[in-house]
Ligand binder design. Sequence first.
Ligand SMILES: Cc1cc2nc3c(=O)[nH]c(=O)nc-3n(C[C@H](O)[C@H](O)[C@H](O)COP(=O)(O)OP(=O)(O)OC[C@H]3O[C@@H](n4cnc5c(N)ncnc54)[C@H](O)[C@@H]3O)c2cc1C
Length: 461
Amino acid sequence: MNTAIKEFDVVVIGAGPSGLAAALSAARNGARVLLVEKNGYLGGNMAIGLPLLGYLDRDGKKVIGGIADEFMKDMAQYKTAYGTAASAHKVCPMHNSVTLYDHELFKIVALRKVLKENIEVLFHTDVESVEVENAQLKKIVLRGKGWRILVSARVFIDTTGDGDVAYLTGASYEKGQKDTGVLQPPTMMFTVAGVDIDKTIDYLAENPDQMERSKTIDCAGGYDADFFRSDPAFVMVAMRKLVSQLRAEGKMPINRENIIIINSLLPGEVHLNCTRHLGTDGSDVFSVTRAEIEGYLQIEEFTEVLKKYVPGFENCYISQIYPSLGVRESRRFSGIRRLTEKDLVEGHFDEETIGIGSYPVDIHAGDGLSTIFTKIPAYGIPYGITVSDEIEGLMLAGRCASMDAVAMSSARVMPICMVIGEAAGIGAALAVKQHISPRDVDVAEVRRILLDNDAILSVGE
Ligand SMILES: Cc1cc2nc3c(=O)[nH]c(=O)nc-3n(C[C@H](O)[C@H](O)[C@H](O)COP(=O)(O)OP(=O)(O)OC[C@H]3O[C@@H](n4cnc5c(N)ncnc54)[C@H](O)[C@@H]3O)c2cc1C
């Protein structure tokens, strides 16, 4: 076993949307940053064929700025053989907005941004253990490829989605939806090529009853075949009738009531957000493994179903299966503030607001076929959800931050995770610079730095 000892100001563990934004903002504000990632690429769920949702609020107003916007502007300027690598933010009657981007090129754009800020990156590295002294996180021990790497830092930002570092510190956490404790199910994302999506849209135009998606999905009018024809930036949630007929005939390999087809910028390709693995805990390695095994098999069977029964998919073939299971929900840790369902419903903003959420509450049933999807007003995200209330030197960003289950079911989308990460990175860098705890950072200063980077902190700005 090789051993290395390293020291940084800020260590960010997990290079998904929240981790990327946290690492970039910490580095830009003067911190020496290490970004640790268990996979061999940057992006986390930004690299599994998903669109950005919730860039606009339910009134079509842009609520996401800062680093997330910077990323999308870079992608939109990236010229490819099929056009630019990101679409505009298209208003959607269901999702508020949909932004398509090329998730493969995103990995390169992200890498260039990270390298530009002199952030040290460690791929293929997982957290083995932590050293906590007097409720302060002093060190983490990383493990990868026969190396044991002891890393000390003033601030550690856990952006692993599952809160793997926070878990090892013994900090308190919650899991599951309120009242039931049931976790939203994960999905194994995959892409098929050889699709004639115009034919699928024609089928929906000729069979409008197949536009039915769910009784529990809150959607404004105009979400129909004409909408899909109007612009390729769409997510098609439909075909409940077909799915229930196939289920009745014993031909539906997946536990969901409709099909989610994400259009791609690449011609002939679509991404499928369809497999569902009930009873899975994304923070339990045995459970994740079971779900991944099930995922590969569901993908194969479901592709055959698409070929046989969905017009436009007759000649499709699997072109990509993403390397990590998409986990919607696992641990959420306790912070000095907590974002709650009440904050969302009331559209609460205050002087601690570091960004805006507005994406509907989107809860995929972990014990059945349905999805509950409820529109909400824009709401402020408080800085304090990123600061552990129990462990000094530990911050949280992304879906493991301090939120209740309902709040997380809105704030979990990728633009909002970036917003949370950007604020956490600034808070961490200020704490290092001023030799104070992240909890004592002046939120007004965090807000000022965010605004300097074109963040949006109130509706109407
Ligand atoms: C199936 C599915 C569909 C979704 N659809 C959409 C959508 O259409 N649009 C949208 O905007 N959002 C969508 N979301 C939500 C969104 O993708 C996630 O909630 C969001 O990516 C969470 O960001 P994060 O930074 O917290 O975590 P992640 O994106 O999960 O990133 C975490 C990173 O940490 C790394 N990591 C994990 N554990 C460790 C460890 N122990 N050591 C080192 N590295 C580690 C991971 O490899 C990963 O790179 C969807 C989620 C799922 C699962």
